[in-house]
Design a protein around this ligand. Sequence first.
Ligand SMILES: [Zn+2]
Length: 346
Amino acid sequence: MTQIASLPKVVLHDHLDGGLRPSTVLALADETGYLGLPRHDERTLAEWFDQSHSASLVGYLAAFDQTVAVMQTPAALQRVARETVEDHAADGVVYAEIRFAPSLHLRQGMTRSEVIGSVLRGLAEGEEATGVVARVIIDAMRHEQDAVEVAAAAVEFAGRGVVGFDLAGPEVGFPASAHRRALAVARNGGLRLTIHAGEADGPAGIADALDSGAERLGHGVRIVEDAVVREGQIVDLGPIARRVHRDAIPLEICLSSNIHTGAVPAGTRHPAGMLLRAGFNVTLNTDNRLMSRTSMSREFAFARSDLGFSDDDLRTVTDHAVLAAFCDEPSRRSVVAAVAARYESI
Ligand SMILES: [Zn+2]
């Protein structure tokens, strides 16, 4: 068996505000005069952020309140972005799409464009230092009213590091289709679309996201509810699952996160392996490295130890991710070459 650390990895679903180093949260709180942290040393703060036992979105969201609170200046955003690339590089990642919601970072007077520009500077520094290709997906929050403004700000940076647009936040009661105008602004401005769906809501939310133009699904894991499963195998597909399968819609699966938030019910085996074997376009991702205490290596290790992924399966999900990446074709070719070179050196 190949050492997971040495495998090349591609991550398409990783939240900037879900991946800070605990030491950086402490340092930024200090620098920016933020007094609201619940713990004041690295070890206990890391434990506080660890939501791996919460099995609810509520605990997860309280943790984001804290990271977002220290990400309110250009310097803080730049640092967090640079460190994100450094941490992925150290984990064997060769390509990363990092996402965040600019509207969460306006409390101290930055504009959305300044927020995006600061993150792009940090990612470029990280890219320069490590060789990891890093691109941005901009999130609008589905329960807010500013998605059109967010999309307009994102489009300013199309072709300059921002490659995609996403809807994040609560799914139930806030359908993707309510944001069609914002999605059109993003698409017409040259951005690709991925939408969180099939995490908190079921197949109907997935259908709504696809009808709204989603080219990839953030999670999408609950598509399995539209399939007939017998003895751990998918034996038939309902209409929505059939569509996702037929159109090879990439599923941005995040194993640890899905278990921690309850998207996959406690005590059930994560269906990623079953979906992969049934021919779905499965990719593996981190979602929130801080809150789920994870990394791409840990996700790969979990897939192998608990879900029966072989080395070939891990290569397959990486190849899926390279093909599903929203970067331009020259960048994709360089990622293909980087993945091949790493495999040859194993
Ligand atoms: Zn997510």
